[in-house]
Design a protein around this ligand. Sequence first.
Ligand code: NAP
Length: 397
Amino acid sequence: MADKITLVDGTLDVPDEPIIPFIEGDGTGVDIWPASQLVFDAAAKKHGKRIEWKEVLAGEKAFNETGSWLPDETVQAFRDYLIGIKGPLTTPVGGGIRSLNVALRQILDLYVCLRPVRWFQGVPSPVKHPEKVDMVIFRENTEDIYAGLEVEEGTPEAKKLIGLLRDNFGWNIREDSGVGIKPVSETGSKRLIRAAIEYAVRYGRQSVTLVHKGNIQKFTEGAFRNWGYELVRAEFSDVAVGWDDCGGKPGDKILVKDNIADITLQQVLTRPEDFDVIATTNLNGDYLSDALAAQVGGIGIAPGGNINYVTGHGVFEATHGTAPKYAGQDKVNPGSVILSGVMMFEHLGWSDVAADIVRALEATIADKIVTYDFARLMEGATEVKTSEFAGAIVDRL
Ligand code: NAP
């Protein structure tokens, strides 16, 4: 019988027939979601499992049916069932909500944005050795400039803030400035870095790199780095060691090192083998995850998850948008949602289901059966529709 996933002593308790809420998504969501669900159901069935999908509404579909972009029932479903998955959502222009994705992350305090970046055999890539890219990015999801604390140029609020900073701190900010605040807390940084190190331990990873801009922003980005090393010493000294504490020679422990953000963007390209798990603040993580996704096949195939490891909540999602010009054409690549599902299954401990989907996806691409986005970059490819691509994966499970 279908049942809820629960959190027992800090660990997810997953029944063989979990109830999982999903948001189909706007635009191409109507194409991608059914294709992905076909793959998920077939892979689960192979291992004697079944998912009871529970549709919840958000975005345009929700607005048209309920008048709300993010109905309370949807948020409540994600709260109650702990783990969910979603397609892309339109960001309402001029609406009250800045972004539905951001709203969900904030309401559920999903403090980790998890973005694994690896290459799958056969996927067209702009670099010579995409197989060297195998990184997992932990991007802080609740603070930094994305907390959205800013005032608009010329408003009374901006004038007041600029005046206050001048009078109290002696900071001279041009009168015609918009001003944003970048909070980076010890709590926020440590829980993010803790999750990254625990992940490295669980999956036998070699290193965790703290990526920051601490050379310039010492009390936010620099503090993030320092808190990271502090955390290693205080909580992980049995399994991990900071670079300075071992001279870069960690023995059989996980090496925790740090890197400035700008040089990191070069080095992930020139020597990707040096990077494994990455923990970083919000804006750095935004740039890094998109730049890295491009190296291994781009937006059509990049998955993501937003997780709170303490409460057990997780929302896995396509990282691309709704691509409205292709909506309803059964054309786009469902890879991003399919691989988000793979992440979700790994997170649930269904590693056999996850591994099967990856194998079947690779076999499909190796047979050069791909959607338009890959077909235009591959020689001799057979271009198929979204649904046909999913069918080909199911055939290879
Ligand atoms: P987008 O929807 O991601 O589309 C940009 C381009 O990316 C598409 O034109 C297409 O490139 C490629 N693409 C996107 N999805 C693809 C797929 N499944 N398979 C293959 N290629 C794919 O970005 P946008 O046009 O800037 O944004 C449209 C809407 O999505 C906006 O309302 C935005 O706010 C929203 N959005 C939502 C999310 C989310 O829910 N996570 C994220 C970003 C944006 P080609 O045309 O070159 O083939």
